[in-house]
Write a protein that binds this ligand. Structure first.
Ligand SMILES: [Fe+2]
Length: 253
C-alpha cells in the first residue's frame, strides 16, 4: 500500500467510487477540487455513502458518550480548551479508534475553515515508525509494543491489544495516550510512557510526520489503523477559524 495519493474532483458523478478505489492502494487520500458549488455537508455525505458501512462518529462534548450522529465537529471552542477536538493545542500522534472494537476503519474529515497559522493534520506511516524505532536502537521498546496488551478506553467502550500487530495486509496500530485505561498493568503503563516520549520528543520534534494543511472544501480520507495521525497547534482570530467535520466508515477489503 502506498502512503499518500491525491484525488482531484472534476465534477464526476462517480467521485465517491474513485475515492474508495484509491483507498485500496493508498493509506491516505487527499481530496481536492470541491468548489462549494453545492452544500459541503450534503456533498461529503453523498460521497461517503460509497463506503459499505458508515459508523456514527458523534460524541457528546461534555461526557464523551456516543450521540448516534454521523458527523462529529472538530472546531475550536474556547469553552472547552482541555479537549483536543475543541482546543488550539497540538494533538499528539494517535489512532482514532483505539477504544472502539472495530477494524479496517477509515477516518475522513472535510474542511470548512482553516486557520491562518498552524493546524495541519500530521501523519506517520506505520512502516516509518518501525524504521525510526530501529534506527534509535529501541528494540526492547519495539518488542514490548508488539507483545504487551494495552487497554484504551472511553466511557463504556474499550479495546485491549498490543499497540503494534499485523495482518495479511501489513502493520496495524492501536494507540491513544489520552485514552489509556486506568486498569492497565505497570508493564503496559511504562511501555506507553516510553513510547509517548519517543513519539513526542524524537518523531514530532524531529518534524518527521507529514503535515497536511487542508484548504476550505478539501478533505482527507485515511486508514486509521495503518498509520498514526495528530495535529499541529494553531492560531485563529475567531472560534470558527478551524472548522472540520469528521466521519468514520468501515472499509470492505
Ligand atoms: Fe484523531
Amino acid at each position: 500500500m502506498n502512503f499518500l495519493s491525491k484525488v482531484e474532483y472534476k465534477g464526476e458523478d462517480n467521485i465517491g467510487e474513485k475515492v474508495v478505489e484509491a483507498l485500496y492502494s493508498n493509506k491516505i487520500v487527499h481530496f481536492t477540487g470541491f468548489d462549494f458549488h453545492c452544500d459541503i455537508l450534503e456533498f461529503y455525505t453523498k460521497l461517503s455513502d460509497n463506503f459499505p458501512t458508515i459508523l456514527n462518529a458523534g460524541e457528546n462534548i461534555e461526557d464523551g458518550n456516543a450521540t448516534g450522529s454521523r458527523w462529529i465537529s472538530i472546531q475550536y471552542d474556547p469553552n472547552y480548551p482541555m479537549k483536543y477536538r475543541t482546543s488550539k493545542t497540538r494533538h499528539p500522534l494517535h489512532t482514532d479508534n483505539s477504544y472502539v472494537p472495530i477494524a479496517n476503519n477509515i477516518t475522513f474529515f472535510f474542511c470548512k475553515a482553516f486557520p491562518p497559522y498552524g493546524g495541519a493534520t500530521i501523519f506517520l506511516d506505520s512502516a516509518t515508525l518501525i524504521e525510526l524505532l530501529e534506527m534509535d536502537n529501541k528494540q526492547a521498546l519495539l518488542d514490548g509494543l508488539k507483545t504487551i496488551p494495552v487497554c484504551f478506553s472511553k466511557t463504556d467502550r474499550n479495546k485491549t491489544m498490543p499497540i503494534i500487530t499485523e495482518d495479511t495486509k501489513g502493520l496495524i496500530l492501536n494507540y491513544n495516550y489520552a485514552c489509556l485505561d486506568k486498569s492497565n498493568t505497570k508493564e503496559a503503563v511504562d511501555l506507553v510512557e516510553e513510547f509517548q516520549d519517543f513519539l513526542d520528543n524524537r518523531v514530532v520534534m524531529g518534524g518527521i510526520a507529514t503535515p497536511m494543511p487542508l484548504a476550505p472544501g478539501e478533505a482527507v480520507f485515511f486508514h486509521d489503523e495503518r498509520l498514526l495521525h495528530g495535529r499541529n497547534a494553531f492560531f485563529t482570530p475567531t472560534p470558527a477559524g478551524r472548522d472540520f467535520l469528521k466521519g468514520v466508515a468501515l472499509f470492505d477489503q
